[in-house]
Design a binder for this molecule. Structure first.
Ligand code: NIG
Ligand code: ZN
Length: 426
């Protein structure tokens, strides 16, 4: 099938001039084509540019193309949400209410709530129920213009449930329009019954879970919650190195609640990304810049936990490639709206309108090792394209707290039209 998107007020191409995630002023270069067109054949982008030029270059394609009129709209690459805890049982609105009444996130977790509460619910939820629940979440992501989602396990903390989460993600990757990229996060918390002998759980992750994840090809990445009271930097290092030895690329939840030299560890072990970084040190930021570690910033978590926001402005100025993401999870960030998160990044982390577009497309794609396939509108890339009901990209954040997604083309197929999700094959 051939599709021609025509008459767009602006096509934000984010064309790749550099190979790899963008840094500093590169993050502001979003490469706009005014009154632009995008030509798609099957699941690939053929060309992006002025209609008059495409007619000359591709007359045969254009003759047969289905026309999508983007007059009055902005066209850009599908959004990439590169950090979520997508597959989980239950919800935790009761804890939200407790936090509003004065309890802290870590107090609730240490009392058996938090990640432990969701672990219990996820263990109790059947594969089928989890699959259905997660499918509905993916539908919401898609309606908000998100075409690729990273999904972490970590609400099992035993092999059976970790495997169940990863298999739900794998099945959805096969059946749902949204692409799902899996991360193993067996080290998301120390299970309550390992209290006092935490190292035994670290060994369980390293000796038993990681080898099976690799053998069954259930994940590409290996993540750990490096935080005071959860996993120490030393335990985190062992888990990440063990994953590397099995072919899993390291990621790390770092310096979220207390400074713990997580950013430094990310740079040292060659992690593709370090996530959160609310309280990352100056040295840690410097080391990430030198190592090229992507900072995946999650302003929704700071907002929802009423914590200080990560120093996004400083990180960009220091040369760290920055991506932003929802961190969708039932405790610290229960939102599926990446556009809302983009607004928080502008308002609370000092990021510009152009930088947040880069951070949720090409840089987010690189954070999950997909930079060569998605994240920009260029010939030969996967045809993941969204049409937004705004006159220019500045209106995206100006008209805040709204979903502007009109049309989503995923892998060359129209899956959302006039804001409505078209029938999916599940
Ligand atoms: N910080 C650790 N993990 C999640 C929260 C998980 C939860 O509260 O259920 C996060 O990234 O914010
Ligand atoms: Zn997370």
């Amino acid at each position: 099938m051939t599709i021609l998107i025509k008459n767009a007020n602006e096509v934000i191409t984010l064309k790749d001039h550099v190979q790899g995630p963008r840094t500093k002023e590169q993050m502001r270069d979003i490469a706009i084509v005014e009154n632009g067109s995008v030509l798609i054949e099957d699941n690939r982008i053929v060309a992006v540019g002025a209609f008059e030029q495409l007619v000359v270059d591709f007359p045969d394609f254009i003759k047969n193309a289905e026309l999508v009129d983007a007059a009055g709209k902005v066209v850009m690459p599908g959004l990439v949400d590169c950090h979520t805890h997508l597959v989980h049982g239950g919800t935790r609105e009761q804890e939200f209410n407790m936090r509003l009444n004065g309890s802290t996130y870590m107090e609730i977790m240490n009392a058996g709530g938090g990640i432990h509460a969701t672990t219990k619910r996820t263990r109790e939820t059947s594969f089928e129920q989890l699959y259905k629940k997660t499918m509905q979440h993916l539908d919401v992501f898609l309606k908000h213009g998100v075409t690729t989602v990273e999904a972490k396990s970590g609400y099992g903390l035993d092999w059976e449930t970790e495997k169940k989460q990863l298999e739900v993600a794998k099945k959805l990757q096969e059946t749902h329009s949204v692409d799902v990229v899996s991360t193993f996060m067996g080290a998301h918390a120390v299970p309550r019954d390992y209290k006092g002998h935490e190292d035994d759980f670290v060994e369980l992750v390293i000796q038993e879970m990681l080898p099976k994840v690799a053998e069954l090809e259930l994940a590409e990445f290996n993540d750990v919650f490096c935080e005071k009271g959860v996993f120490t930097p030393e335990q985190s290092r062992r888990i990440l190195e063990a994953g590397k030895a099995r072919g899993l690329t390291p990621k790390i939840h770092a310096d979220e609640i207390e400074p713990y030299k997580g950013a430094e560890l990310a740079a040292e072990v060659g992690a593709i990304s370090a996530e959160h970084l609310l309280v990352a040190s100056d040295e840690g930021i410097q080391q990430m810049a030198e190592a090229g570690t992507i900072a995946v910033l999650l302003p929704g978590t700071a907002f929802f936990l009423r914590a200080p926001f990560a120093r996004g402005r400083l990180m960009i100025d220091e040369g760290v490639p920055v991506a932003i993401s929802t961190d969708f999870n039932p405790g610290s960030s229960p939102t599926m709206s990446l556009p809302f998160i983009m607004n928080l990044a502008c308002m609370h982390m000092g990021m510009t309108l152009e930088e947040v577009l880069t951070a949720t497309t090409i840089n987010a794609a690189y954070a999950i090792n997909r930079g060569a396939q998605i994240g920009s509108l260029e010939a030969d890339k996967q045809a993941d394209v969204i049409l937004l009901d705004v006159a220019n990209y500045k209106q995206l954040q100006y008209f805040y707290g709204m979903n502007h997604t009109n049309t989503v083309i995923k892998n060359g197929r129209i899956v959302v039209q006039n804001g409505i999700l078209l029938e999916q094959e599940h």
